[in-house]
Write a protein that binds this ligand. Structure first.
Ligand SMILES: C[S@@+](CC[C@H](N)C(=O)[O-])C[C@H]1O[C@@H](n2cnc3c(N)ncnc32)[C@H](O)[C@@H]1O
Length: 205
């Protein structure tokens, strides 16, 4: 179940650096975002950004048009508080990505680390992809990081779907050109290792 209460409870009961997905900086994501969108005026959405420091790092690199969406108000509050006055430079959205509407806003880069893989229901995945089609500019980029084929079968007590690049590409369907992919090992604060797949697509015009 993808309830806000579930995620709020996780964020309220654990320190920001004690959750399994914690990393001081999302190095792979940052590198790929800068590569895909060197223009600092480009619009970037971090989907399920949680308490990650990606938004801090994008701001400090000069990105001007940032949005963070998360189902957990507790996580969004924490991140806004950490950023202090700089939080005003970001658009914050509390909501479920499978039901969200960004209105007329469209992004140059859609970034998701460790959110899509929680969607075990095909209808939820379809709703997600429908939102990507609506909210990413034609010619814009979709940067996804999911658990890889040898990654964990569960995270935070929830089942996940593990992806290789072909399976992930298959979820997005026609119109999404796969530009690249790579595997990465995430080292959790608990001392374990998790296989992630990073995959990036261009939404054809
Ligand atoms: C494993 S954490 C990853 C957080 C962050 N992306 C990172 O890499 O540090 C998953 C995040 O997705 C959020 N989330 C889960 N389901 C969601 C949904 N349906 N819509 C929006 N956010 C969701 C959770 O609240 C949580 O912050």
């Amino acid at each position: 179940m993808q309830t806000s209460e579930y995620w709020d409870n996780i964020y309220r009961s654990k320190r920001f650096d004690a959750v399994s997905w914690y990393a001081p900086h999302l190095g792979e994501s940052l590198r790929l975002i800068e590569q895909l969108c060197p223009d600092k005026t480009g619009a970037i959405a971090d989907i399920g950004g949680g308490e990650s420091t990606l938004v801090d790092d994008l701001l400090s690199r000069g990105y001007e048009d940032l949005a963070v969406l998360d189902i957990s108000a507790a996580a969004i509050d924490f991140t806004r508080h950490r950023l202090g006055p700089n939080a005003q430079r970001v658009r914050w959205h509390v909501g479920d990505v499978t039901q969200h509407d960004f209105g007329s806003k469209q992004f140059d880069v859609w970034h998701d680390r460790a959110v899509f893989h929680f969607l075990t229901d095909a209808a939820a995945r379809q709703a997600y992809v429908n939102l990507v089609r609506a909210a990413v500019k034609p010619g814009g980029y979709v940067l996804m990081a999911t658990f890889g084929p040898d990654g964990p079968a569960k995270c935070s007590g929830l089942d996940v779907v593990r992806y290789d690049d072909q399976r992930l590409h298959g979820e997005f369907g026609h119109g999404f050109e796969m530009l690249g992919r790579q595997m990465a090992e995430h080292h959790t604060p608990m001392g374990t290792s998790q296989q992630f797949l990073y995959c990036w697509f261009r939404l054809n015009d």
